[in-house]
Design a protein around this ligand. Sequence first.
Ligand code: SAH
Ligand code: SF4
Length: 356
Amino acid sequence: MTSPTALTELDDAALRQRVIDCGGQPFQARQIAQWVYRHGVTDYDGMKNVPGALKNRLAAELSLRSSQVENADLAADGTEKLLVRLRDGQSVECVIIPDDARTTLCVSSQVGCPVGCVFCASGMFGVIRNLTVGEIVEQVLHAKARLKGDRRITNLVVMGMGEPMLNLPSLLPALRRLHDKDGIDMGARRITVSTSGYPRQMAEFAEADPSYNLAVSLHAADDELRRKLVPTAKHPVKDIVAAASSYFAHKGREVTFEVVLLAQVNDRPQDAEALVFALGAIPCTVNLIPWNPVEELASTGLRRPHVAAVDAFAESLRAGGLKVTVRRQRGADQSAACGQLRLRDLRERGDTAARC
Ligand code: SAH
Ligand code: SF4
């Protein structure tokens, strides 16, 4: 017998059809969606206004979710990292980052990542598979359930494991569901997708309705240096910057360029100069991210730059006319960089060798 599909995989039309097939009325699909996404029920029993017979028939063929939280790591600063176990035994991470009135949730888009940036834990073993629509949405449901009091997820960033532009067929319907009034009802302005730079997919993303924010992980404006950091990068910096520029022209949304700073690698004066030259003409912000060391990458010799070096780099960019923000480290007392909780899980399960 094939295992039932999770309800979170269904779009509105498919859910409506299932409800009708199970003897229900179309309006009950909307009620069910509200129970699942707005109220976060985890079983059919919790759906108070849905008739028992309909719930029983649906439950027989459709589970509400396909994943579960297996492990949660809470840092002293309130950052909480969740390890989410998927139906096929794979795992992904999502991270809840509270900051005063804001609560940002960082979600994954793939199991692993095919891009293989030299400083990143997510790409160490390549990509295993894309996440499904439901698996992306469920990360938000799991996170919502962990929030205390009247805390809400105010911002969503697709900056966890994986390259979102390589999974647009799942990502776009998932974001739509999160944005929907009957879904999580999250404003598109509060949703940011980060990419390591795929111009064709960025153009496709620019066609999405509603308009989300776009962040581009540039790391370096010089092609040769960038290829050292993002070895699979096929697109020249100028094409990536042009795609970001078109995104702004199309959507009216300024793009953020992310630069993971590595000591003596891409934090030198000439690296700042190259960024000013490449980005000076387009409306954007540069977000500097001092590298979070990854234990498994210790042998690479990569180092996090000192605060003074980061400040000096930021000042050079500002002097060149760029808007700059510097990301402060969160969750530093646990496995801080994305992909590390999963690495620990793979290690504990003795899985890493199989993927090397
Ligand atoms: N694949 C997409 C989104 C996921 S990575 C992308 O690369 O944009 C999200 C961000 O985290 C990227 O800017 C990435 O460069 C950064 N990142 C990955 N590993 C990091 C680490 N160890 N320290 C700091 N930033 C890291
Ligand atoms: Fe993939 Fe982004 Fe990590 Fe690069 S930084 S390996 S693109 S997840």
